[in-house]
Write a protein that binds this ligand. Structure first.
Ligand code: NAD
Ligand code: 44H
Length: 528
């Protein structure tokens, strides 16, 4: 059985699957005429969360249009994973009791690549019906600068040359919005759904920094800049649903159902993808209700539509304290200790002690209760139900991807709160352990001193060059190399060498170099 429009005409082929209650082809036709929702970043979370929200709205009769998705980075996702399947996906929910819920997602009405379909993307931006453009493009998708604080060459050239022929996604967005300004002048919401602190502001700053440079360089008029500043909104959001890479065991179940050609693969740009997506059931999406051209009735699909302050508090709660810091800490240690599954790590007393201290003891005191979700209950659900779910094939290696882009948010915000609140940084143990563990992890040698693959990270080469000379198993090779990294405010949000944390991180790091088993020993002794 193939996953495509034709096979949906035979529902008897799909026992046990929830099929769209609408006609995806008809929805695709009406979406082409009246696009309302465009999404950048065709990765896994999009297909099992925002796209499913759209499916819910279609099924409830709350909308008659689907979501159009566009890849600006990894076209192979579109050419190999969307188009051969008529843009349909299978969303598999992995429940803690071992049961699965399977759904064919038919709400993705069109799949585009920015490279090949730029004219179509512009046409969508020009449509007065367009209400929102959302993003799951990873934290690095928004970066205009390299870690030394300098604009990247592509961004510098885009700023110099103006909208015509610009290349960075943030510049392309500014240019598409300007095309909208000229075509219809209607406002629009650009909604980041990435795990960045203040994600809306991050997107806004990136787009407007480019637009202001264009204005300063005489490339756009004051009126054009004013349109971008005043008519484009950048709602903030908090998104939460642990979405592992497509898993071979899940594939086997789908193959047993008779599905064909659904094997997961890794693209040349290192995206782990398949015709299906697997994830846990819990999900939270909290969005600032700032949509100047109207919006889909997302609240009818369970989205919390609220004010910026509430989003900010929930985002701080999840990304800087109650979930993502735990994830990053346990992933770098998990990789070094030989784990390939997060649920297995939850049986390791040292790792559990690390993350519980991180969440409950070090993070919770600086979290403000957002009101709509209770922080202690949120961590309880994470450590008691979500992370230990034995049927979730989530891997520390996935979470360790791009850690350099995340440490400033996942640990740096709490460090800043401690400094701002006059709290004693000496009381922190799990945060310096997590940072020391990440730097030790970058040596690409596990706790048995065997070679270990380090997950992709845009700063990997740069950071490893700074660590040159350090050998795991030989603490004497440490000659202060960490200082050049710990002082980097772009990475950590603070110059850690100006705090007591730098010494503590160095001590843990050197202890973890002592020999085979030194990572485990350091972790255990620091936490018990
Ligand atoms: N997977 C999760 O559990 C989860 C949960 C909540 C939020 N998120 C957010 O969603 C993001 C994507 O997660 P995913 O599961 O879809 O990952 P994925 O690996 O399946 O997809 C990553 C997506 O980001 C795009 N991308 C990568 N680098 C880019 C760049 N430099 N510029 C533009 N686009 C780029 C890829 O092309 C792809 O569309 C995460 O980084 C996170 O911020 C993920
Ligand atoms: O998606 P990233 O790369 O920002 O972070 C990896 C994980 O921590 C993250 O994907 C979580 O699974 C997610 O934030 C849960 O909602």
């Amino acid at each position: 059985m193939k996953l495509n429009y034709a096979s949906l005409h035979q529902p008897e082929n799909w026992p046990g699957y929830h099929l769209p209650s609408f006609d995806p082809e008809a929805v695709a036709r009406s979406t082409r005429q009246h696009p309302r929702w465009l999404h950048f970043g065709a990765g896994n979370i999009f297909r099992i969360f925002p796209a499913v929200l759209c499916q819910r709205l279609l099924e409830a009769g709350e909308t008659d249009t689907g979501v159009i998705c566009c890849e600006s980075y990894d076209d192979e996702i579109i050419t190999r994973c969307y188009r051969p399947y008529d843009n349909l996906s299978i969303a598999v929910t992995l429940c803690p009791d071992g049961s699965t819920e399977k759904e064919v997602v038919g709400s993705i009405s069109e799949s585009l690549t920015l490279l090949e379909d730029s004219d179509r993307v512009q046409q969508i931006f020009e449509a007065p019906s367009l209400q929102m453009v959302s993003f799951t493009i990873t934290e690095k998708g928004y970066a205009l600068r390299s870690p030394d604080g300098q604009l990247t060459p592509v961004v510098a050239a885009d700023m110099q040359n103006g909208p015509e022929g610009c290349r960075h996604l943030m510049a392309r967005l500014a240019a598409f919005c300007l095309a909208r300004c000229h075509a219809c002048g209607a406002p629009l919401a650009l909604v980041s759904m990435d795990n960045c602190s203040h994600n809306g502001e991050k997107l806004q700053n990136a787009v407007l920094e480019i637009a202001r440079a264009w204005h300063d360089n005489g490339k756009i008029s004051a009126e054009e800049l004013a349109y971008l500043e005043e008519k484009i909104s950048f709602p903030w959001s908090m998104i939460d649903k642990i979405t592992p890479r497509p898993n071979a065991e899940v594939e086997k179940r789908l193959l047993a159902d008779g599905l064909e050609d659904i094997s997961p693969f890794v693209t040349t740009k290192h995206t782990y993808t398949a015709a299906f997506v697997n994830a846990e059931r819990p999900q939270y999406l909290v969005v600032e209700d700032k949509f100047p051209n109207g919006r889909p009735a997302l609240e009818k699909a369970g989205v919390y539509m609220t004010d910026r302050e509430t989003v900010n508090k929930t985002e701080r709660m999840k990304v800087t304290t109650c979930l993502n810091p735990l994830h990053t800490a346990m992933s770098v240690y998990g990789c070094m200790l030989g784990y390939t599954l997060i649920c297995d790590e939850m049986k390791d007393a040292d790792i559990v002690a690390l993350i519980k201290r991180l969440g409950y003891v070090e993070g919770l005191p600086v979290v403000v209760n957002p009101g709509i979700l209770e922080p202690k209950a949120f961590i309880d659900e994470v450590v008691e139900q979500r992370l230990p779910n034995p049927f979730m094939p989530d891997a520390p290696q996935r979470i360790a991807t791009d850690t350099s882009q995340k440490v400033g948010i996942r640990f740096g915000e709490t460090i800043k709160s401690y400094i701002a609140g006059g709290r004693d940084l000496n009381t922190l143990v799990s945060i310096p352990l997590a940072i020391a563990g990440w730097l030790r992890y970058l040596l690409a040698v596990d706790d048995n001193l065997a070679p270990m693959e380090v997950s992709p990270d845009p700063l990997k080469d740069d950071l490893q060059a700074k660590l040159a000379g350090i050998e795991a198993g030989k603490p004497e090779t440490y000659q202060g190399q960490l200082k050049a990294i710990l002082c980097n405010e772009v990475i950590f949000g603070t110059d850690l060498t100006r705090t007591v944390l730098a010494d503590k991180i160095e001590q843990y790091f050197v202890a973890e170099l002592a020999g085979p088993g030194a990572v485990r020993k350091t972790l255990h002794e620091a936490l018990h």
